[in-house]
Structures are given as C-alpha cells and as structure tokens.
Design a protein around this ligand. Structure first.
Ligand SMILES: [Zn+2]
Length: 333
C-alpha cells in the first residue's frame, strides 16, 4: 500500500514537472523570438536591421518596410507596415525617440514577429491576420538610431568626426548611457510645434536631454515622424518610452479629440495594467498630434525604477504589452 502511494506521488510529481517544463518553454519562446533576441541588454541599430531583413524574408506578404529618413550620422529611419498596406485605416507606433530607451525598439520588433508567428491565431475573437488586414500599423521601430548608438557605445560609436567633436563639448556626454537626445544634442520629444520653445524644455543648449532645437521639427528624426502622420493620416498614434509603467492621459484638447484620446488611453491601461499619468502641455510628439493634428495620441512608459531598463524586466514588459498593438488596431476597424 505504502509503495503504491509512493509510486502515485512520484507519478504526480513527474507529470507536474512535465507541465511546468512545457509552461516555461512556452512563455520563454513567447517573449524571446526566433529572430528578435529579447534576452540581452543592448538591442543595437545593426541588430534591428538584421531582424528587419530576416522578418521581411520570412513573412514577405504581411510586412512592408520603407526608409523615411536618414540621420546626420547616416543611419536609416524605418517605417514598417504590418498587415495590409492598402487597408482603409491605419494606426501608428513609434519607439526610442529617446536614446537610452532602446528597450522600446526591442519590444516593438518582438511584437511584430510575435503577431506574424501567430498570424492565424485569434485575439478577442478575431485572427491577427483579419485585424491587420482591416487596419494596418505603421511602426517606426527606432526613431533615434544615432542617439541609441551613442547611449550604447559612447561617442566613439558614431561615424562622423565632426559630430563626435561637437558632442564631446556637450553636457552629459561623460555618461552616455543616460543620453536621451539625438547626435546633435536635440531632444526629439521637445521638437514639435506646440508650445515651442517654452513648453517643458529643460535646456537652452544642445546637450543630453531637454533641448528642443533651433525650431520645431528641425531634426531629421522629427521630420520622419511627421512624414508618417501627414502621409498616412493614422487614426491614432502611440509612442513607446521608458520608464514608469504609465500611460499619459488627460490631454486637454478639443472635445472630440479628447474623447477619442480617452478611449485610446483606457484601452492601453486595461491591457498593460499601467497607471494614468496626467500630462502637461509641451512640445512633445503626442501633445502636438493631439492638439494640432486632432488625432488621438498617447505615450506609454515601459519598465520600472531606472533607465536604461534592465533586460531582466523584459519578460514583465512583454506580458504587459504583447497585445497592445493588436488591441489598438482592433479599436479602429
Ligand atoms: Zn522618453
């Protein structure tokens, strides 16, 4: 009898271990793609280029890539269209306008791969295929690739001698991992024509963060974002930043846009579990799009405690965000 019970307990334990093992494998392959590696800290511009190429080769029918700008240090800014590029509607996502927030690029690249891997699977009663067939998504996966390179590799990561020379005189260059601006020391999220230049600009001169530049959209990165907005007229825009686990909310724009914005932020809040952060007027991208373009827009801040967000937080960020793009697209069918 005792022997039998021991045998049964052993069997239960074995079955339980098997289930656990399968579970671990499933969740690991879920957040770490076959192409996009989410298990390391510094997701570089070059790595992203390789991933874009591999994903495009693997899923040529559902992904269309174009170059929407070239930075001063000669890197391309990409617009990846997920789904049907001829869809009657689209939404827009952009990531890593701020250099040190490069986990956002890793996140959107993995989101793209995940939807394509599961293209016929259902989300809220509808396949990803059907969602992105009706509403395509324009994704700018790394808005500020020069800045990202600078934050990851320091000033010597940049190609241009004259840029390096100028950068060496800028405040904050001693601690490049903290860099937010582009390679000219302009903060891309202080660059837009809403309450410019007073707004919330922290600095009057080119440096690591907070300088809005000589005039609105003077920078190629800002122009690239505006190109997507003006050309494709998205129904909503979402900007990924880090960190704070918050969704920016409470833009006091006109009534109609305000209502639409609240619908958008409520959806993202419900999926991610993030808190609302009430925003103040300033020359940020989401502000400009809400107030001047009357398109509902928000900023989502991923990760906790510190930037760059440590890679150990990626699995949590993934669970919170993996369906955000699909859910936002689905809102506008
Ligand atoms: Zn940011």
């Amino acid at each position: 009898m005792n022997k039998q019970i021991r045998k049964m307990l052993l069997m239960i334990l074995l079955v339980w271990l098997c289930i656990l093992h399968v579970d671990i494998n499933v969740s690991a392959s879920d957040s770490n793609g076959k192409i996009v590696n989410t298990r390391h800290q510094k997701y570089t511009y070059t790595e992203m280029l390789n991933d874009i190429n591999k994903i495009s080769e693997k899923y040529p029918d559902y992904i269309h890539v174009s170059i929407i700008g070239k930075t001063v240090d000669n890197r391309n800014i990409h617009d990846i269209v997920l789904g049907n590029p001829e869809a009657p509607k689209c939404v827009m996502f952009q990531a890593s306008a701020h250099a040190r927030e490069y986990m956002c690029s890793q996140l959107v690249m993995r989101q793209i791969e995940y939807y394509l891997e599961n293209y016929n699977k259902r989300y809220k009663g509808e396949s990803y295929h059907d969602i992105f067939d009706k509403v395509c998504v324009h994704i700018v996966p790394m808005t500020n690739p020069d800045g990202v390179t600078l934050a990851q590799k320091g000033v010597n990561g940049l190609r241009s001698k004259s840029l390096r020379k100028k950068l060496k005189r800028m405040r904050g260059i001693g601690n490049p991992s903290n860099w937010k601006a582009n390679a000219r020391g302009v903060d891309i999220n202080r660059q837009f024509d809403y309450k410019f230049p007073r707004g919330r600009s922290l600095n009057k001169y080119a440096c690591y963060a907070g300088y809005g530049g000589p005039r609105p959209a003077s920078e190629r990165e800002s122009k690239a974002l505006l190109y997507v907005v003006n050309t494709y007229k998205p129904k909503a825009t979402v900007s990924y930043h880090a960190m704070g686990n918050v969704v920016f909310h409470g833009y006091k724009c006109d009534k109609t846009t305000s209502k639409k914005m609240q619908r958008l932020t409520a959806k993202i809040k419900s999926i991610t579990g993030y808190s609302y952060l009430y925003t103040e007027p300033g020359p940020g991208f989401a502000n400009y799009i809400n107030y001047k373009k009357h398109i509902p827009s928000t900023t989502v801040e991923i990760g906790m405690y510190t930037t760059p967000v440590p890679s150990s937080q990626f699995p949590t960020v993934w669970k919170q965000n993996k369906n955000v793009i699909a859910a936002v697209a689905q809102m506008y069918e």
